[in-house]
Design a protein around this ligand. Structure first.
Ligand SMILES: C[S@@+](CC[C@H](N)C(=O)[O-])C[C@H]1O[C@@H](n2cnc3c(N)ncnc32)[C@H](O)[C@@H]1O
Length: 219
């Protein structure tokens, strides 16, 4: 059961009542997309190269990648951008039609539905792969993504999503220069990133006491 809620930056998300968590931080859904994902993954800087590939794990409504597209295009309107979203719940994908966040590219995300999972707009392509991300990630090319947004439900609620095996696949698909960002600083999440060969550091503190986490293949 999904219930629409308004977060502290006046942007909307949903509460998943069976999970007992919202899809975004209640301190600001769109703020989180910008400050916990696009900024720490250095999307603006990477867009200057003219080509950027983003993996949006647990893409849900797609706020994180849609925001990253805005940031990349603002820096370099000619940037070629490839987004792959991994999401297993078609109910949340259908809810893209019910929200209007202040993210310019999100108007194009409205073309995405449980049935239509690809869009192309100018130099931007977005592909949502529907299925368990722990399986669908294994089908992705290695050494491919510049940025990975890692946004499952919390380690407490969904510990299976924060296991070493999954982080090993994140490591495999990230470019040597790639950056992964997540909102959580949970000990177990960071330990499992380390076991997968990733090096972690604090991400930004946004709207709550703890920092997020960023992880790379090299220190
Ligand atoms: C915190 S929400 C992410 C919100 C999303 N980033 C957005 O901008 O709307 C967690 C998401 O993980 C998805 N999810 C949970 N387990 C999954 C799995 N095994 N494979 C793929 N997606 C999963 C949920 O359906 C939900 O959309």
């Amino acid at each position: 059961m999904l219930k629409k809620v308004t977060t502290a930056d006046a942007t909307e998300t949903f509460l998943n009542e069976s999970v007992g968590e919202t899809y975004h931080s209640q301190t600001g859904a769109v703020e989180e997309a910008l400050k916990k994902y696009a900024v720490p993954c250095k999307i603006a800087e990477k867009a200057k190269s003219g080509h950027i590939r983003i993996l949006d794990i647990c893409s849900g409504l797609g706020y994180n990648s849609a925001m990253a597209i805005d940031v990349a295009l603002k820096t370099n309107p000619d940037c070629v951008i490839e987004v792959v979203g991994l999401e297993y719940d078609t109910e949340i994908i259908a809810k893209i039609q019910d929200v209007n966040p202040p993210i310019t590219f999100f108007t194009h995300y409205k073309k995405l539905t449980p049935e239509i999972t690809e869009l192309k707009e100018g130099n931007v392509t977005v592909t949502f792969i529907i299925g368990d991300a722990r399986k669908t990630i294994t089908e992705l090319q290695e050494n491919h993504f510049d940025a990975v947004f890692f946004d499952p439900f919390s380690p407490k609620t969904a510990p299976h999503m924060w296991e070493t095996l999954f982080f090993k696949d994140v490591h495999r698909v990230m470019k040597e220069s790639g950056i992964m960002a997540t909102y959580s600083c949970a000990r177990i999440a960071r330990d499992n990133m380390s076991k997968a060969g990733l090096f972690y550091d604090d991400g930004p503190i946004v709207g709550r006491r703890g920092p997020g986490t960023i992880a790379t293949k090299w220190i």
